[in-house]
Design a protein around this ligand. Structure first.
Ligand SMILES: Nc1nc2c(c(=O)[nH]1)N[C@H]1C(S)=C(S)[C@@H](COP(=O)(O)OP(=O)(O)OC[C@H]3O[C@@H](n4cnc5c(=O)[nH]c(N)nc54)[C@H](O)[C@@H]3O)O[C@H]1N2
Ligand SMILES: Nc1nc2c(c(=O)[nH]1)N[C@H]1C(S)=C(S)[C@@H](COP(=O)(O)OP(=O)(O)OC[C@H]3O[C@@H](n4cnc5c(=O)[nH]c(N)nc54)[C@H](O)[C@@H]3O)O[C@H]1N2
Ligand SMILES: [Mo]
Length: 775
């Protein structure tokens, strides 16, 4: 990949930007069209059908209110009743009235405005930022912390090495890896289907080319995980070692054990850059608990042959090696442990901070990891200040609504769930993303009103009381920027929005007028004026760094500004390695903590002071596996971003009889009389869903994989005895925090059973708008 022009000069182009890519617009002809951006050597197909999708009849045309809610049945009937379409005037008066009523009667801590979700690309019209700024202008709201992506990981890594956002943005570039890394050991693959996206827009895709370059330079890959396709390189350069889901920590501990017993550790590194080995080592060797974490011990847990664990430990120590973990590993019960064990193992090997050595926290989950571009600040839109201090870890949303005033633990302190009366959501889809969806339905029956801004009639919109139609990125002007990407893009409007859909900003500007906080929310600016202002302050910041940056009009007219490649090779933690006194880590000791006094002092039995193996609540070694013998992975979907564009022609072209595909091993399929293409029922105690079987030799027996993203289509919401007709894995997942430390999402800890579906396959309703009624 080459960057033809100088950084910070304009680029003549006309691009649409989405999280999954930049696409060239052709505006001539009878209708506009999108094509891959010519500088992108691996464009994502996801965006090619987005223009059509955003014109779908599933777009919400007018504001709508649930009929029962209008009739005074506030809490009952959500998801079951027809909607009444109303004018914007009526809808906004209802919303303003509810905000006035709830804040007056219960205070702002009765509003949940966390509103988790990816929204759309574009730095200004980012729905979640808009809703936060609006609610802050009103006096605040109960927010969320962390992410579903990195719940356990984000909380634990600051205690042991560094903030995860910092690490994410400072990964060693693919180019440096290709030159130096000889052995790449990865837990959970390098899933290039996931590197299609970057929050804010992947302008040019790096991961497929990066992997190929590594492989062409002779780097050897050891891919430890249940799914072969997670490392999309040819068999010649990949050794696939399938292991049972959620057992990676055991394998890492056994690798550490081998390193220690054969004295392969880097003592000089450990002494200078780490603390706590003396507290962790007795556990690894078994002196403290009587169980040595030997290869044989790990084989019994994970299924990885002991001899291979032993030889791999030697190989890791003998050459320039990198140990990588996918983020999925920590989206599990005790999800803190695999990240901690990975970092601790890399510290023993002593290659942290060297080019091509050490650890990677996710080559694969997003385009940014491995980028050759410089990290520079992007254009920002302030969310204002939140006067309410109460928060929840994002994946505790159902607990929040079901258990007001109850206490929970989080990162060292007990906290209390506030009593929520009003839920405001814009730019996320909890009825796709949260675990145990039938339980979420019970939780959703608690608040007095649920307000949402949506583009489409998905199940989340159908579960709200007041639904306000929002525009898509193709229907508004915006600024496209994402960390360590090649361009800052002028996202110029392409189409008229359907029906009466409005920009989130305009909706909130109108509401803030009605509520007397317009000056605080809008600062007197239209969205066009905001774009100019946001770009202007970014350009000023760049000029302070000595860059000549085009002014707004030149930028807007050209279509983009080129951003700089790194001038120095990007190597994670190299400054710390070069001079740990001048560049200490932000951990209490300034070093990598193999034992954390701080975490130990929290006293959590489920997250002690060092990396430890815990049996997950559900796994193939659990007693429950007798009843539900398959471990279900619910990974990120190949053909879309979460539930966004699930209804596009591209996403639908990969479904099986309209249902989401579930990958099952040849042995498990044969044992159940299931053939490729059959409709199956996936079930456990929490619910059931239909899916289309894909029979494969590329998945470990005992494991099935059902990607997230299918719009939830329950026969009756809240009734777990009836199936979801479409295949959303969150019908089946556990809704429990990873530990008392992080309370992170633990979706990957889930046992199920699968059977061939023998009845008449029910018709799907997922892609139908709700019924409409007269007032
Ligand atoms: N079982 C299981 N569950 C998971 C995961 C898993 O691995 N397994 N992964 C989790 C992870 S990591 C994540 S990040 C979440 C993702 O969960 P979400 O981020 O909630 O998923 P999206 O489908 O991207 O939801 C975005 C919603 O915003 C709407 N939207 C888009 N643009 C706009 C806009 O401009 N304005 C408004 N008002 N709305 C807009 C879209 O229509 C869509 O409904 O899912 C989590 N859930
Ligand atoms: N196309 C596309 N790309 C995306 C997204 C999307 O929705 N669509 N979502 C984005 C978001 S928000 C995020 S957070 C990232 C998430 O990035 P990740 O969390 O890394 O992605 P997943 O697809 O959930 O999981 C990656 C692989 O891990 C494997 N795996 C699961 N559990 C285990 C385990 O216990 N051990 C081992 N060894 N392997 C396991 C699964 O086979 C799975 O294919 O992806 C991002 N990229
Ligand atoms: Mo995520």
């Amino acid at each position: 990949m080459s960057a033809p022009a100088q950084p910070f000069t304009t680029v003549d182009c006309d691009l649409a930007v989405a999280h999954w890519g930049a696409y060239e617009i052709s505006r001539g002809g009878p209708a506009p069209a999108l094509a891959p951006w010519r500088e992108d050597r691996d464009p994502s197909p996801i965006g090619l059908s987005m223009l059509d999708a955003y014109r779908s009849p599933l777009r919400i045309q007018r504001p709508a209110v649930r009929k029962g809610w209008l009739d005074g049945r506030r809490r009952s009937g959500r998801g079951e009743e027809p909607f009444v379409e109303v004018s914007w005037e009526t809808a906004l008066e209802l919303v303003a009235g509810e905000l006035r009523r709830v804040t007056a009667a219960h205070g702002n801590q009765a509003i949940f405005g966390g509103s988790y979700g990816w929204s759309s690309a574009g730095r200004f019209h980012h729905a979640q930022s808009q809703v936060h700024r609006f609610l802050n202008a009103l006096g605040g709201y109960v927010r969320h912390t962390d992410s579903y992506s990195l719940g356990a990981g984000r909380v634990v890594t600051p205690h042991i090495v560094a903030d995860l956002d910092e690490l994410k943005d400072s990964h060693t570039s693919w180019e440096v890896l290709a030159r130096h890394t000889r052995l790449f050991v990865t837990f959970g693959g390098v899933v290039t289907k996931n590197a299609q996206v970057n929050a804010g827009g992947a302008m040019t895709h790096f991961a497929p080319g990066g992997l190929e370059a590594l492989s062409a330079n002779g780097c050897k890959f050891v891919h430890i995980g249940p799914v072969r396709a997670d490392l999309p390189l040819p068999d010649a350069s990949v050794e696939w070692v399938p292991i049972r889901p959620n057992t990676d920590t055991a394998v890492m501990l056994a690798l550490a054990h081998e390193v220690l017993v054969h004295n392969l550790q880097d003592d000089a590194f450990l002494q200078k850059y780490t603390t706590g080995l003396e507290k962790w080592k007795p556990y690894v060797l078994g002196a403290s608990d009587g169980v040595a974490k030997t290869p044989a011990w790990a084989e019994a847990i994970s299924g990885m042959p002991a001899a291979r664990i032993a030889s791999l430990a030697r190989e890791l120590a003998a050459t320039r090696s990198l140990v990588n973990v996918s983020w999925s590993l920590q989206r599990a019960d005790h999800g803190e442990q695999p990240f901690w064990a990975c970092i601790a193992l890399a510290a023993l090997l002593g290659q942290v901070g060297l080019p091509g050595g050490g650890f990677g926290i996710g080559y694969g989950p997003a385009n940014v990891m491995g980028s050759p571009y410089e990290k520079i600040p992007g254009p920002t839109f302030s969310q204002g200040r939140n006067a309410v201090s109460a928060f929840i870890p994002c994946a505790r949303i159902a607990d929040l609504l079901l258990h007001p005033n109850e206490t929970f633990d989080y990162n060292g302190s007990p906290r209390v769930y506030p009593d929520i009366r009003l839920v405001y959501w814009a730019g996320g889809n909890p009825f796709h993303h949260h675990q145990d969806l039938h339980r979420l339905v019970q939780a959703w029956a608690r608040p007095e009103v649920v307000i949402c801004h949506e583009q489409v009639w998905n199940f989340h919109a159908k579960m709200a009381d007041i639904v306000l139609p929002a525009t898509s990125t193709l229907e508004r002007d915006d600024l496209g920027f994402s960390s360590r990407e090649s361009l800052l893009v002028a996202m110029r409007k392409l189409e008229q929005a359907p029906g009466e859909a409005r920009d989130d900003y305009d909706i909130f500007a109108d509401l803030s007028q009605r509520l007397g906080v317009a000056e605080v929310f809008t600062e007197g600016r239209t969205s066009a004026q905001w774009l100019r202002q946001i770009y202007g302050s970014w350009a000023d910041k760049m000029r302070e760094r000595g860059q000549a940056v085009p002014d707004y009009d030149a930028f807007w007219q050209a279509g983009a500004v080129r951003l700089p490649l790194s001038t120095k090779p990007a190597v994670m933690l190299h400054e710390f390695r070069a001079d740990p006194q001048a560049h200490p880590l932000k951990t209490p000791s300034g070093r990598i903590e193999l034992f954390s006094e701080r975490v130990a002092a929290f006293g959590y039995e489920d997250c002690p002071g060092f990396a430890k193996w815990f049996e997950p609540a559900e796994w193939l070694g659990a007693a429950k596996a007798k009843q539900y013998p398959l471990h279900m992975l619910s990974d990120q979907p190949l053909t879309k971003l979460h539930s966004q564009l699930d209804f596009s022609s591209y996403s639908r072209s990969k479904k099986i009889a309209g249902r989401e595909p579930v990958v099952i091993s040849t042995a498990d399929a044969a044992a159940r009389g299931i053939a490729d293409g059959d409709i199956v029922r996936v079930f456990n105690d929490r619910g059931s869903c239909l899916a289309g079987a894909v029979v494969s030799d590329g998945i470990l027996a005992g494991v099935v994989k059902l990607s997230t993203g299918a719009w939830w289509d329950p026969e009756r919401a809240g009734d777990a005895s009836l199936p979801d007709r479409h295949g959303n894995p969150n019908t089946l997942t556990r809704d429990a925090g990873a530990s008392r430390l992080s309370q992170g999402c633990s979706a990957q800890t889930c046992l199920v059973q699968v059977e061939k579906y023998r009845g008449a396959v029910p018709a799907m309703r997922a892609y139908e708008p709700p019924e409409f009624a007269q007032p």
